[in-house]
Design a protein around this ligand. Structure first.
Ligand code: FCB
Length: 441
């Protein structure tokens, strides 16, 4: 680490702290397919996809990237990028088809092949336990609004920890509890598609509780793996001084509602008061469970929120194909603020990336200069934060390959690698080659 980030012409590993991890990320439902194979049970996303109008292009996860059947070739692909690490998630309904009871050996065996295959190739395995594919049988009992789901999750964590915990570098309990609660139970955009704020806040509480209970189970196993969790975070910027109060509330609902329980053992009082009668039911001891020390915090960052009563977008904003503003400064601001406000463990950027409407050119290559630019600017934002003293240990590009982008189906492409869904052919986009050069530098 020598130059300050704006002075660096072309990023290389030398610009980053020693042993900084470069990785790529995916999640189970978005890539695996094979939803009815080897004993996998239905997840809430299988159900959600069957409901008319939920997925923009009417698609589902039945085949996705067919990763389940192309495991070895996809592991070769990851290794070919020269990355240090791969972040993937385990599908709970492959391990416990109905969310409780005996483990399904075929499910465990699949992830063991995955992890062994990574280790053989010298790629560190970073496992996420819950990236939203809740067993449908648990949803039938209320899903995350049912406090029991947190205990079931801890049991599932123990099963996976026992089998794989000594072979992986890290285990994250949850991916983005804001999405799994608010976006899913209040905004209705994700499975199970409810519009019920009290239910969403109860789901959020039980997700946090499930995280804490899972941490207990995993700690008891005395694994060599680092244990932590993953939040999606983004700063809220007021457009004018008159928007400051609203920006503070937006920040509280999106960021502090999850950070404060984890690191302070309480909900933010201003937001709690603002939610009035919608707040969740707490039980004595919940926060002691939730605030159990974690070895790392995963931060997923895509964009900021811009709070303007006028509804005006920020001047000069450039958006990705998701309509999300490209705002790398939000990442450095976020990291520096987290470092100032919370007793943080080491941080990994567990997701960061951009969707663009990629298409192969005449020669079959996929040119995606905007994505290269996006990664470059955000990696520089990480450097700005590390130079300011924030302990960021690694960065995972979202995503290894184009995949099922939830309510957008296959219409949004986030991959470093282009996927032709008709043939399942994988093609390195220019961004993959760029990331490969950085990884191998
Ligand atoms: C995140 C999700 C991930 C992917 C990206 C674009 O919220 O964790 O699965 O969909 O957004």
């Amino acid at each position: 680490m020598t130059l300050t980030s704006p002075d660096i012409k072309s990023l290389t590993r030398q610009n980053f702290p020693a042993n900084f991890v470069f990785g790529v990320a995916t999640s189970s439902f978005q890539i695996e397919g094979a939803v009815h194979e080897d004993g996998r049970g239905d997840s809430i996303w299988d159900t959600f996809c069957r409901e008319p109008g939920r997925i923009r292009d009417g698609s589902d996860g039945d085949v996705a990237c067919d990763h389940y059947h192309r495991l070895e070739q996809d592991l070769d692909l990851i290794a070919s990028l020269g990355v240090d690490a791969y972040r993937f998630s385990v599908a709970w309904p492959r391990i416990q088809p109905t969310g409780t009871g005996a483990a399904n050996e075929a499910g465990l065996a699949f992830y063991e092949r995955l992890v062994d295959g990574l280790n053989r190739r010298g790629v560190a395995a970073h496992l996420t336990l819950y990236h939203w594919d809740l067993p449908q049988a648990l949803q039938d009992q209320g899903g995350w609004t049912n406090r029991q789901t947190a205990s079931h999750f801890a049991e599932y964590a123990r099963i996976v920890g026992e089998r794989l915990g000594h072979k992986v570098r890290s285990i994250a309990t949850l991916n983005e509890p804001w999405c799994a609660s608010i976006l899913s139970y209040e905004i209705g955009e994700h499975a199970p598609g409810w519009h019920d704020r009290p239910a969403a806040l109860s789901a959020a509480h039980h997700l946090l509780l499930g995280h804490g209970l899972a941490m207990r189970e995993l700690r008891a196993l005395k694994l060599p793996a680092d244990l932590g969790t993953v939040l999606n975070l983004g700063p809220a910027y007021p457009a004018t001084p008159a928007d400051e109060a609203a920006a503070h509330v937006a920040d509280g609902r999106f960021n502090r509602w999850f950070l404060d329980p984890l690191f302070k053992g309480e909900y933010p009082q201003d937001i709690w008061d603002g939610y009035g009668a919608d707040v969740p039911t707490l039980e004595a001891g919940d926060f002691e469970i939730i605030r159990a020390p974690i070895d790392f915090l995963g931060v997923n960052y895509y964009t900021r929120s811009y709070i303007a009563a006028s509804g005006e977008p920020p001047a000069g904003a450039v958006n990705t194909d998701m309509g999300w503003e490209v705002f790398p400064q939000g990442l450095s601001d976020l990291l520096i603020r987290l470092h100032a406000d919370y007793p943080l463990p080491p941080i990994f950027i567990t997701e960061n990336g951009a969707a663009y409407p990629d298409a192969p050119g005449a020669g079959g290559e996929v040119h995606d200069p905007e994505r290269v630019k996006y990664f470059d600017l955000h990696l520089r934002a990480v450097l700005t934060a590390t130079e300011a003293g924030v302990d960021v240990r690694g960065y995972f590009a979202w995503s290894l390959m184009d995949n099922f982008e939830w309510a957008y189906g296959y219409s949004k492409r986030f991959g470093l690698v282009y996927v032709d869904y008709a043939t399942q052919e994988r093609t390195l986009k220019d961004s993959a080659k760029w990331y490969q050069a950085l990884s191998k530098s």
